[in-house]
Write a protein that binds this ligand. Structure first.
Ligand SMILES: Nc1nc2c([nH]c(=O)n2[C@@H]2O[C@H](COP(=O)(O)OP(=O)(O)OP(=O)(O)O)[C@@H](O)[C@H]2O)c(=O)[nH]1
Ligand SMILES: [Mg+2]
Length: 321
């Protein structure tokens, strides 16, 4: 089926994420004489008139690398004039990728890629590769229940949660700092990343991994408040907020509410169809949020999301060992 193409004046470029058994991805250096020569990119090329994106990517990977590839879901689409970069997972491939167009090839762990060596359009795709598909948001602990809160964080880390937002909106800064230090130490022990809700200055002081900005805070900013060594996330609820998040250079967004949720009963659910149409030109990784269970992660991935963000789906205080 032809791809719906918002901003169809843009040249549609498809690129593939090929992985080796160790989880490294294939990057190719553009040869001399081509546009962006010397830049590292994901293999692929332009969709020809009348071609589906899947057929185009299969053709490009055959021509450039000599492999037979099975093209899977879209990981992210990034409009970056004059192109729209449509990044697809490669489910499997036959043959050993070799350079057929004089490009240098390298398998590398996404975390080790230097983002400045990639064209601008590819940077959100690299961020997406470095983010997990589950993003846990913490509930606010009741007074005196901090120890139970920390043990639930530990259980989540044992379950493989690798990205957490500590959200304590009505607390004093001192109180937030005291709990955040303890959560930070737990996360460091397991390699998980911890973002603080709203207060980026405090996040930096405490050496956390970044900040998650509420929409009203993001709206007042013209640029990301922390450098690229930290993560900056933004809560979004419509297309304009997603656009603004991308414009200020946020690393990722949440989009909510996808389904009806008890925590925000007054908000109208967006529904999967509308939400996923907005991802076509979002240009940054987006987690689905609002009324979702862990079992909806596959649906979120198939709809073009990075994964799901949730409190209750991942927060399991009553787990019995
Ligand atoms: N293949 C690919 N192209 C990218 C990426 N990022 C990015 O900005 N581009 C740009 O997208 C444009 C089209 O890609 P391409 O030159 O590979 O197209 P193509 O394979 O059809 O080659 P050709 O037109 O030179 O024959 C180029 O300007 C390229 O720099 C990427 O990750 N992969
Ligand atoms: Mg190409």
């Amino acid at each position: 089926m032809a791809d719906p193409a918002p901003g169809s004046s843009l040249v549609h470029v498809v690129a593939g994420i090929l992985r080796d058994p160790g989880g490294r991805v294939l990057v190719a250096q553009r040869p001399e004489g081509k546009q962006h020569a010397g830049c590292w990119e994901f293999p692929g090329g332009k969709v020809e008139p009348g071609e589906t994106p899947e057929a185009a990517l299969t053709r490009e990977l055959r021509e450039e690398l000599g492999i037979r590839a099975r093209v899977g879901r879209r990981r992210i689409a990034i409009p970056h004039a004059p192109i729209r970069l449509d990044v697809r997972e490669i489910e499997s491939f036959e043959g050993h990728p070799r350079s057929r167009e004089h490009q240098r090839l390298r398998w590398i762990e996404p975390e080790r890629v230097d983002r400045t060596l990639l064209p601008l359009a590819d940077r959100p795709a690299l961020t997406s590769l470095c983010l997990p598909d589950r993003y846990m948001i913490t509930p606010v602990p009741e007074d005196g229940r901090e120890s139970a809160f920390l043990s639930t964080i530990e259980s989540a880390l044992e379950d493989g949660i690798g990205l957490i937002q500590l959200r304590l909106p009505a607390w004093s800064r001192e109180h937030v700092a005291a709990l955040a230090r303890r959560v930070r130490d737990l996360c460091r022990g397991s390699g998980a990343r911890i973002l603080l809700h709203a207060d980026w200055r405090l996040a930096a002081i405490l050496g956390l991994d970044g900040v998650h900005l509420p929409a009203r805070v993001a709206r007042a900013l013209a640029a990301r408040p922390l450098g690229h060594g930290s993560l900056v996330a933004v809560s979004c609820h419509d297309r304009a907020e997603l656009r603004h998040a991308a414009e200020i250079g946020a690393d990722f967004a949440t989009l909510s509410p996808i389904e009806a949720t008890r925590s925000h009963p007054q908000a109208n659910a967006l529904g999967w169809k509308t939400a996923s149409a907005w991802l076509d030109d979002a240009g940054l990784p987006v987690f689905a949020l609002g009324g979702l269970g862990a079992e909806q992660c596959i649906r979120a991935l198939d709809s073009g999301f990075q994964g799901i963000a949730a409190i209750s789906a991942f927060w399991r205080p009553d787990r019995i060992f």
